[in-house]
Design a protein around this ligand. Structure first.
Ligand code: 5AD
Ligand code: SF4
Length: 443
């Protein structure tokens, strides 16, 4: 590239899960090698990339309406390139260009390493579509440069795809079969992150606890083994992982929650429903009782662990009694946080063939479920007042002199204190709670 030309500007908007956040970072770094710098508004950009989510119906529709809004920008700047990445790209492929002809590039989640080459191709006025499932490790091929300083908390993808085929879910189709990255590459990436200022790593995978990497000697690694190896990295202070399936909570992973000092006391463990009938129809392959017993074992290993979950209300043929069973399970578990959704029918999934629950009934159930979860989350927050917790500081707060960080339990904590800098991990006594966060003072 000619050193005197201005860098080209890339705007990325990310939808959906944390894996998309990680992917967007990798794509931005790869585009850095093509002379692009990231900007924070679409108006400034020479290229706009939407990294999309297909998990629920509204997510895909949002992408199309977002694309529509870029029309004026494209009219004003005909050279502007527009790309769609992520799971909507995977699911819709060329259909996106048919519905929205101003799109230049469509790239699925498994071919991001081909993005620089695709961008060069669309530079000549061509269109580019790639939604293959190639065999190579895209993160190895993605050349990340330049390597700057990183924020204290980072994501690291260790596993992608899912073989579970829950009856409502598109992930096995959009992200493909389960693939685990080799442990050596993950450990190397973790060490690089630490050198760049990272103190906390969240291991990502659609089914992260099904991780089954193979090292160069052909030995198999579980997620627990990987966590123990990360635990040895000097300078790395905290380890988390998400998202887990109850059936893959192996004994060594449960034990790690008790024994591994850097593994944080927070676990996202979706159950989706508390009704055995619905769980069976969802193809979850566990009962409500199985889940409750598992929670007991996890809490025996780590009594203070904070649990979060995902719930779907209004799954086809969910009755009032099924929904009551879900509320009963929530009461039995006592969550610190949860994500809850109205069932959204996804074409091509088995559940899409089943009769729908009335929309108003689903809405009502969602409100009731969220009210219960909010009550539990609020009680958990209240229970933190007076306790001493670790806080990893990330950025300045809104008040002068104030810093914000995350507690071991993933609560946002505000502390006013001279001399705290991002990346500091300090002991903090919690003194007060706000609706969704905590305040405290350095110990
Ligand atoms: N409808 C509603 N929610 C869904 N999820 C996945 N697929 C659907 C769907 N078709 C939810 C699940 C999952 C979370 C990531 O999204 O609760 O755990
Ligand atoms: Fe989807 Fe998770 Fe079920 Fe896999 S385990 S099919 S990602 S809901």
């Amino acid at each position: 590239m000619d050193q005197t030309t201005d860098p080209k500007k890339l705007f990325i908007r990310t939808y959906g899960c944390q894996m998309n956040v990680y992917d967007s970072e990798r794509m931005a770094e790869a585009m850095g090698g093509e002379g692009y710098v990231e900007v924070s508004s679409p108006e400034e950009a020479d290229m706009i990339l939407l990294n999309t989510c297909h998990i629920r119906e509204k997510a895909a529709e949002k992408v199309y309406s977002e694309l529509g809004r870029f029309k004026d920008l494209k009219d004003a700047k005909p050279d502007l390139k527009i790309g769609v990445a992520g799971c909507v790209a995977q699911a819709e492929g060329e259909e996106i260009m048919r519905r929205q002809p101003m799109v230049d590039l469509v790239v699925g989640p498994q071919t991001y390493h081909r993005l620089p080459e695709m961008v060069r191709r669309i530079g000549t006025g061509a269109k580019a579509v790639d939604t293959e499932f190639p065999l190579e490790d895209k993160f190895e091929v993605l050349k990340s440069r330049p390597k700057g300083r990183r924020a204290p908390a980072a994501f690291l993808t260790v596993q992608e795809g899912c073989d579970k085929f829950c009856a409502f879910c598109v992930v096995p189709y959009t992200r493909g079969a389960e693939v685990s990255r080799p442990p050596e590459r993950i450990l190397r990436e973790a060490r690089e992150l630490v050198e760049r200022g990272v103190r906390e790593i969240t291991l990502l995978g659609q089914n992260v606890n099904a991780y089954h990497g193979e090292d160069a000697k052909g030995a198999g690694w579980t997620l627990a083994r990987l966590i123990w190896a990360l635990n040895d990295i000097e300078g790395l202070e905290r380890i988390r992982f998400t998202t887990s399936h109850p059936n893959d909570m192996s004994d060594d992973l449960i034990e790690a929650h008790g024994d591994c000092a850097k593994l944080m006391p927070y676990l996202h463990l979706p159950v989706q429903s508390g009704s055995d009938k619905i769980l069976k129809r969802m193809n979850r392959k566990h009962t409500a009782e199985d889940y409750l017993r598992l929670v007991e074992r996890i809490r025996a290993a780590r009594p203070d662990i904070l649990l979060s979950g995902d719930f779907i209300v209004g799954f086809p043929e969910e009755t009032d009694q099924d929904f009551e069973d879900t509320l009963a399970l929530i009461r039995a578990v006592n969550y610190g946080a949860a994500f809850s959704f109205k069932y959204s029918s996804r074409p091509g999934t088995p559940a899409a063939e089943r009769p729908l629950v009335d929309e108003d009934v689903s809405t009502d159930r969602l409100y009731r479920l969220q009210a219960l979860i909010n009550e539990q989350a609020s009680d958990v927050l209240e229970g933190m007042v007076g306790r001493e917790v670790g806080v990893l500081f990330e950025k300045p707060g809104r008040m002068p002199g104030q810093m914000v960080g995350k507690s071991d339990y993933l609560h946002a904590v505000h502390v006013s204190g001279e001399g705290i800098v991002p990346g500091d991990l300090r002991r903090v006594r919690i003194t007060a709670r706000a609706p969704n966060s905590l305040a405290g003072e350095l110990v």
